[in-house]
Design a protein around this ligand. Structure first.
Ligand SMILES: C[S@@+](CC[C@H](N)C(=O)[O-])C[C@H]1O[C@@H](n2cnc3c(N)ncnc32)[C@H](O)[C@@H]1O
Length: 280
């Protein structure tokens, strides 16, 4: 099977290298990619029996190296104009005492960023630029907890929370979303921020295949969070914390009732939204 490598035309975007294999051969390839330290997205189409691996690199030299190693070709990938316009309009946004969210690497030189760790999150087709109160509260809550071994971000959107967790020192960071566009964006953003994480297409309903994590974050919506409380509980290591958001203040009691087997240790509120920090 041939490979595809897409080269981005701007420095803030990345290169995509794609390989499609029969699902039974996916594990061997996954092991090679992991050994090489590559950030990849793995998508398995359960009915067709094929698994696709997308690898994002920062420049065309790295893309060429992948081609030399695995075969394939390099293509050009241009971002949409509207995302560029939006990016220019955005100013750096400070979150908690540690981070500042910016659209481009160049913005890190701005005065507003001084003394802060930049998170480069360009506008793309995925939720999570930090401007929404729920993202803002989750990011701050993550920053306030000590970093540990395993971090799981369910409903990762742009990957902003998972990227921040990697920067904060979490050792194994996994980001899951049920939207393929999100997973591609996460890989692009992880590369732009120089962090390694695993991005997987997956759903709240199917967390059984993941190892229990010491911190799980799910900024989704009330109904899926209530419906899948058991799955989130089961993927939380004993003593681990769960950060939940995406829920309006008016629904706070319903949410907390669904997680009454966990201890509520903090409850943040902003712009009519809540962010609950619970512990197993
Ligand atoms: C509100 S956004 C949060 C994005 C980011 N984590 C943040 O805090 O800004 C919710 C994300 O969850 C994803 N999502 C919604 N339902 C899901 C489900 N059942 N399983 C996995 N992801 C889901 C959406 O695609 C979206 O990217």
């Amino acid at each position: 099977m041939g490979l595809t490598v897409l080269v981005a035309e701007s420095a803030s975007t990345c290169v995509l290298h794609r390989k499609r294999v029969r699902t039974q051969k996916a594990e061997a390839l996954r092991n090679i990619y992991e050994r090489e330290g590559l950030i990849f997205v793995e998508t398995t189409a359960e009915t067709s029996g094929w698994t696709t691996f997308d690898i994002y690199t920062r420049d065309s030299v790295s893309a060429q190296k992948l081609c030399a190693q695995f075969g394939g070709r390099v293509l050009s990938w241009t971002q949409r104009d509207w995302t560029r316009k939006q990016r220019e309009a955005e100013k750096p946004m400070r979150i908690g005492s540690r981070f500042v969210v910016i659209q481009t690497e160049a913005q890190a030189k701005l005065k507003a960023c001084r003394g802060r760790t930049p998170l480069i999150i360009p506008h793309a087709m995925a939720f999570g630029t930090g401007s929404h109160a729920t993202t803002w509260m989750c990011l701050r809550a993550i920053s306030e907890l000590p970093a540990g071994a395993r971090f799981l971000d369910v409903g990762t959107g742009s990957g902003i929370l998972a990227i921040a967790a990697s920067i904060l020192g979490w050792q194994q960071v996994t980001a899951i979303d049920n939207d393929p566009a999100s997973i591609k964006t996460v890989c692009t953003n992880a590369t732009a921020n120089g962090v390694a994480l695993k991005a997987r297409l997956g759903t709240l309903a199917n967390l059984k295949s993941y190892q229990p994590a010491d911190l799980v974050v799910a900024n989704i919506l009330l109904n899926p969070l209530m419906q899948h409380a058991h799955q989130l509980f089961s993927v939380l290591a004993p003593g681990g914390c769960l950060i939940l958001s995406g829920v309006k203040t008016t629904n706070q009691h319903e949410l907390i009732e669904s997680y009454k087997n966990l201890k509520l240790i903090d409850l943040h509120k902003k712009d009519g939204w809540i962010c609950a920090v619970l512990q197993r």
